[in-house]
Design a protein around this ligand. Structure first.
Ligand code: PLP
Length: 448
């Protein structure tokens, strides 16, 4: 098999019996979490780019990108070749914020990886990175840096529709679904404001823009909160604004240009740090290396994970605590295998400027999805940026049915928001591969 000629090829009904058996076994012992459909990848069978083989011998196409963790698709040769050098070396986890490791066979060490991450944020002038185990931890550490730096009132600002992870701190910042938060305690002093989406072409009525009763002026809720004589908070009290440059789990919402211009103005006028959560949107997916580049905002901190294989909190030196042990993590800085994969992934994204392919292929893909949105009654809209795209259904039941109709036809996709469906093809996806997926999407929509 080879990626250039491969196609979806199903030998069984989806899911097949081996997949169903494995999932049944797993469900007996796996604590209830999130689950999608019975896809079981045969790890040692053929897979390349967006194609992969399941345990029943079916070749599927994966447009979930493992929710952003697999930006170069399966078995990229530059990654598998690098890992061959690991043979006969125990890949132990290392206490990497306390101790150091270095290869003598040319493989990238955690230090090489951190230097690469700093190189990838050169446009923002960043100097420091703190590695952790997940996106949620990257967010936790960004929040801690801001609380430590700003002291004072410790008020945080987040957005409706946001998702930042599931540890209690990051969870406090979520505002996308009730069952993520229900009954869990939250960080106090978090003010949640509207996230103004792109479909609102100018000043809209989402609640971000208000007419102030005292002055009669139209202003943003942030200005209303912070302006002397008008607002209730001294800007010094605000520790951070936590912002997804494209909302992910909340439904692939692209922000409105006036809205982001206002965030930038608030950051510059009042000196309030902006944390750009790029865990899902970052690393080339939206047509730029970082999605925040679309907005003109220079964030004070970036949080990254998923495609990077580790969590990373990145920023200028001055925003990190200088006192020892304010932040740390046993495994944080020292995952040997993930440093190799993360380094190679980032290196290829930068070397091949894969954001350019994401933009070009994304324009084509989104154009075709938009045509479908105006053809099929069950769809309300298509939206996205680069290869971070979604379709919005009128009803959640239709979205769920669509997801399983795609799976039955060998295309893996996954929902977001309440009734949207997201697509995350590999960043090096080809027009031929998009067309294979588009045929399935069209066919599944017709079935609904
Ligand atoms: C924007 C964003 N931030 C944070 C997270 C949490 O990442 P993780 O699941 O690695 O903890 C996610 C996960 O989907 C995310 O999309």
């Amino acid at each position: 098999m080879n990626r250039d000629t491969a196609d979806i090829s199903l030998k069984t009904q989806m899911p097949g019996t081996k997949a169903e058996a494995l999932v049944a076994r797993d469900k007996k012992i796996q604590a209830k979490a999130t689950d999608c459909y019975a896809f079981v990848r045969a790890l040692d069978d053929w897979a390349e780019g967006p194609f992969c083989t399941d345990v029943d011998g079916n070749v599927l196409m994966d447009f979930t990108g493992q929710i952003g963790c697999n930006p170069l698709g399966y078995n990229h040769p530059e990654i598998t070749l690098a890992l061959e050098k690991m043979a006969h070396i125990s890949p132990i986890k290392f206490a990497g914020t306390d101790f150091y490791t270095e290869w003598q066979n040319g493989l990238p060490s955690p230090t090489d990886f951190k230097e690469k991450i700093i190189e990838a944020t050169a446009m923002f002038g960043y100097e420091k990175v703190f590695l952790s185990n997940s996106g949620a931890e990257a967010v936790e550490n960004a929040l801690k840096c801001c609380y430590a730096k700003r002291g004072k009132g410790g008020i945080g600002i987040n957005f409706k529709g946001a998702f930042h992870g599931r540890t209690l701190g990051a969870l406090s910042m979520n505002y996308s679904k009730r069952n993520h938060k229900k009954g869990y305690p939250m960080i106090p002093n978090v003010v949640t404001i509207p996230y103004c989406g792109e479909e609102e072409k100018s000043y809209c009525n989402c609640g971000f823009w208000v007419t102030d009763k005292k002055t009669g002026e139209e202003m943003s809720v942030l200005e209303q909160m912070l302006r002397k004589g008008v607002g209730v908070h001294d800007p010094e009290e605000i520790a951070y604004i936590l912002f997804e440059p494209v909302q992910g789990e909340g439904g692939y919402i692209v922000p409105n240009e006036h809205f982001v211009a206002e965030l930038k103005r608030i950051q510059q006028t009042y000196g309030i740090p902006i944390i750009a959560d790029e865990v899902q949107s970052g690393l080339g997916r939206t047509g730029k290396l970082w999605a925040i580049e679309h907005t003109g905002i220079v964030p004070d901190l970036i949080t990254s994970a998923k495609a990077l294989q580790v969590g990373a909190t990145i920023g200028k030196a001055g925003i990190f605590p200088t006192e020892a042990a304010r932040i740390s993590s046993t495994w944080g800085g020292g995952d040997i295998i993930n440093s190799i994969i993360g380094y190679k992934t980032l290196d290829m994204i930068m070397r091949y400027k894969l954001w350019e392919n994401a933009e070009k292929m994304g324009n084509y893909f989104l154009g075709q999805l938009s045509k479908m949105a105006s053809t099929y009654n069950c769809l309300e809209s298509a939206r996205g940026r680069g290869l971070m795209d979604a379709i919005e259904f009128g009803k959640q039941a239709d979205r769920d049915k669509f997801e399983s109709e795609c799976f039955k036809r060998g295309l893996m996709v996954i929902g977001c928001g309440y009734k949207a469906l997201r697509f995350l093809p590999p960043l090096d996806v080809t027009r031929r591969e998009l067309d294979i997926a588009l045929n399935v999407i069209d066919d599944a929509l017709r079935a609904i």
